[in-house]
Design a protein around this ligand. Structure first.
Ligand code: HAM
Length: 423
């Protein structure tokens, strides 16, 4: 036998027996977006790398280390998208969506790519759902964005979720904070990792997000943005929090929360699974405000806020909490033809059943009656239709209700109507 080829590290096959969960989650996401009035946008899975690598200041792992990039046959430097915000903003600018309405509320769902150290809940190709609200700098919309994510998780029946929120302030506040960070870390810079040494100059805020130096004593005493906010930023944040309280959405303010992408300002949040059994990966959802990104990508000054949530991590959390989703994987009908003519007639009948909007299956393996009943049970058919040569001669069939174990003889011409009436 030829050697088998396996999927690349950090990727997953979603098999038919798992697909119902995926489809249910996707359907819930779309339904949630309909209720909150967000419209879907679909952008390419690859983009020019400059969209994500926007300048020397970007010192995040996602952009500087984890990008899947390559030169295509036309020698263009391409990257598989590591996230959806930059792509959405690019499409917003390129298609002048800002001219259509004053506010665009968008959502997307699809694979993202990051060359990460693969482990449970951390993949190199993962699926992300995200929303982006572009065109409003109103604390109510920050609260709405958070509310959408919380609403979705709660409707699924996920327990022990915790909203952690912080503000990164506006530019003025962040510059003041930055100065304080530089002053704080400069005396100990030699003790920090190579990356942090270069972060000190380029983007000292990123030091707080360093996995290597997380336990260095200087981390715990680092200056917190909350102490450097100007009045406007502080009032904005307080209004976001007050709105969440009004909406009865519990939150925890974490002044050390720093997100893994560089475009954030003002509101930043994560939704964590607060469950000690879950293991290393606990962030289910992350997002925040990114006023300035639209201008950076060539559009008019437009504020924006959004979040992204991973579907694979969500499924792990649902499995771990043994949440049963209301998934029905039942077929309406299993049609059994016994004998050559009856088999042809059953193919015809099954086609009529399907055309009428019902779901159905028949045997294609030449199996006998007993095996066909087993197959009908396997697909959880509600009805079995039995069609033998004798029934065919009389233009009837037996319709067996497999749930209630009752059986009736029905004229072939009436079967579809009978099934429709008895769903
Ligand atoms: P992010 O925090 O990088 O934010 O990713 C959001 C979510 O995607 C994470 O909380 C996690 O559930 C999932 N995720 C990220 N990386 C992986 C991975 N390697 N394997 C599995 N799941 C993963 C963003 O991507 C921002 N674009 C969110 C945003 C939208 N901010 C504003 N608008």
């Amino acid at each position: 036998m030829a050697t088998t080829i396996q999927k690349p590290r950090g990727t997953q096959d979603v098999l038919p027996k798992q697909i119902a969960i995926w489809q249910y989650i996707e359907q819930q996401l779309r339904e949630t977006c309909t209720r909150f009035n967000y419209k879907e946008i679909r952008t390419p899975m690859f983009e020019h790398i400059e969209l994500f690598k926007r300048g020397v200041g970007d010192t995040t792992d996602i952009v500087s280390k984890e990008m899947y990039d390559f030169f295509d046959k036309g020698n263009r430097h391409i990257a598989l998208r590591p996230e959806g915000t930059a792509s959405t903003v690019r499409a917003y600018v390129e298609n002048k969506l800002y001219g259509e309405t004053d506010i665009q509320k968008l959502y997307y769902l699809g694979p993202m790519f990051r060359y990460e150290r693969a482990q449970k809940g951390r993949l190199r190709q993962f699926n992300q759902f995200g929303i982006e609200a572009l065109g409003s700098f109103d604390p109510m919309i920050d609260a709405e964005v958070v509310a959408l994510a919380m609403d979705f998780y709660q409707n699924l029946g996920l327990a022990n979720i915790k909203l952690v929120i912080n503000t990164l302030g506006d530019l003025e506040s962040r510059l003041a904070h930055r100065q304080a960070l530089v002053a704080h870390f400069t005396p100990v810079v030699e003790e920090l990792c190579q990356d942090c040494q270069s972060r000190l100059e380029k983007n000292p805020l990123r030091i707080l997000d360093c996995k290597v130096d997380a336990k260095h004593p200087s981390m715990a005493t680092a200056p917190k943005i909350i102490d450097y906010l100007n009045d406007e930023s502080r009032v904005y944040f307080e209004t976001v929090l007050a709105t969440l309280t009004q909406m009865e959405i519990p939150y925890v303010v974490d002044p050390t929360l720093v997100r893994g992408l560089d475009y954030y300002n003002h509101t930043a949040f994560e939704i964590m699974l607060d469950d000690p059994n879950f293991g290393a990966q606990t962030t289910l959802c992350g997002g925040g405000r990114y006023n300035g990104l639209v201008e950076q990508l060539g559009g008019p000054a437009t504020p924006g806020i959004g979040f992204g949530l991973g579907i694979e991590r969500l499924i792990l959390a649902l499995e771990q909490q043994n949440v049963t989703l209301p998934i029905t994987d039942q077929l309406d009908v299993y049609v059994m033809g016994l004998g050559a003519n009856a088999k042809t007639a059953s193919a015809k009948l099954l086609n009529q059943v399907r055309q009428a909007g019902l779901s159905g299956e028949m045997d294609y393996q030449g199996r006998g009656m007993k095996a066909m009943f087993k197959a009908a049970n396997r697909v959880q058919a509600k009805y079995a239709i039995i069609l033998g040569e004798e029934e065919l001669a009389n233009h009837v069939c037996q319709v067996k209700n497999l749930v209630e174990a009752t059986q009736e003889t029905i004229a072939l011409n009436d079967v579809v109507a009978y099934l429709q009436a008895n769903q």
